[in-house]
Design a binder for this molecule. Sequence first.
Ligand SMILES: Nc1ncnc2c1ncn2[C@@H]1O[C@H](COP(=O)(O)OP(=O)(O)OP(=O)(O)O)[C@@H](O)[C@H]1O
Length: 304
Amino acid sequence: MTEAIKGIEKETVPGEGAVAATTVAVARTPTEPAAGRGAALRVEGAGISFGDFRAVQGIDLDIPAGEFLCLLGPSGCGKSTLLSAMAGFIQVSEGTLTAGGAPVRGPDPELGMVFQSSEVLFDWMTVHQNVTFGPRMRGVSRVEQNRVADEFLGLVGLRHCADRYPGQLSGGMRQRVQIARVLANEPGVVLMDEPFGALDAQTRQVLQQETARIWEASGCTVVFVTHDIDEAILLADRVAVMTAGPAASIKSLYTVDLPRPRDESDPAALRLRSRLREDIGEEVRKAMRDQGLDDRLDREAKGA
Ligand SMILES: Nc1ncnc2c1ncn2[C@@H]1O[C@H](COP(=O)(O)OP(=O)(O)OP(=O)(O)O)[C@@H](O)[C@H]1O
């Protein structure tokens, strides 16, 4: 079923735990990666449990090669859990998860992960050594390592820092090194877990623009977890909104059909932002109700 809402198209899939898919119009066809490097990700009926606790369940996501998908949802709903499963760090307890048609069974250089903290960089290695770590482990020649460092440090604008150590860089520069280190493995899929969450607003804005440019240049598939609705609108081909946990699932899927680079003041972007706020707000309120927090906050507001 498709419901057209001036610039935004909402598609409702009936059935248990009905999933809503909403569409706003797109600039680049997500299935046409710039460099043809991306691998498709397919999640079907996936559930992930920790002991008796079911974090997510019934997750269905078909992410075409080269797509940029943002994952939004209330805090603690299971975004990082789902991303970790995509990275092969944890296994799905039910359903299937494939990358490039093959089941994800564990960590793989094809599946690159960028974490919120740049503490994952090797402090005792130079930027060049950090970025070429993966290729070095694969035994590629020194000439090839230098080519890789040159290409990916160039992509993140840090060629001039090749001989510095992470401790000598700003937080934003370290995040760029982390991104270059992941890209140096030439992964088909890049998974980003709130990569700019710890950065100041200006640095964050610069890195968002760089991420969009790097994604277009590399052609890889990106799954990007964020709390920031504007960040999602700026970057995504599609935005998936998760329900509140436990047993969280995909509530809605929005296809962002706005020209790149994105203009936040575009009326369609503003409409999408208010739809996303409404959608996520509903889940946050649900989570607060489940935790009994809304009553407590009401009482506190009334001075009880
Ligand atoms: N290793 C684990 N063992 C037990 N429970 C876990 C584990 N990892 C995550 N959880 C639980 O799974 C749920 C989802 O956590 P997750 O970190 O994926 O949420 P999130 O949406 O990424 O949260 P946030 O937005 O706050 O970062 C939470 O209830 C969390 O406590």
